[in-house]
Design a protein around this ligand. Structure first.
Ligand code: ZN
Length: 116
């Protein structure tokens, strides 16, 4: 299931669609070229038989605006493969200060990292 999130970060739409459950899969994924995925954190995951979920937080940047998307995604296993079913994303705007830790996860201060 985790590989799906790396795909998100890398904009691998073909993989995303292939791992999306046919019941909820969109015909295509709109590409928004201005979004840069910066960081991905898996906050938790669990499986129960053929269903599972992954709670994740993805930090992205759109021009100079930082935002965090958090979602608890549901997955289902069919014929040994995991498929993304659905999830309700919530998006929060970030306002990193110059001396705050950089939201990209570099452990450096924002002003000496992405905030330069
Ligand atoms: Zn940074």
């Amino acid at each position: 299931m985790r590989s799906r999130f790396s795909a998100f970060a890398l904009d691998r739409h073909d993989y995303l669609l292939a791992s999306w459950h046919p019941k909820t899969r969109p015909d295509s994924i709109e590409t928004n070229g201005t979004i840069q995925w910066m960081r991905l954190e898996i906050l938790g995951s669990e499986t129960q038989g053929d269903s599972g979920n992954v709670h994740f937080r993805a930090t992205f940047r759109e021009a100079r605006h930082w935002q965090v998307l958090e979602e608890n995604s549901r997955f289902v296993r069919e014929d040994g493969r995991w498929y993304y079913l659905d999830g309700v994303p919530s998006v929060t705007r970030l306002k990193p200060g110059r001396n705050d830790p950089c939201p990209c996860g570099s452990q450096r201060k924002f002003k000496s990292c992405c905030g330069r």
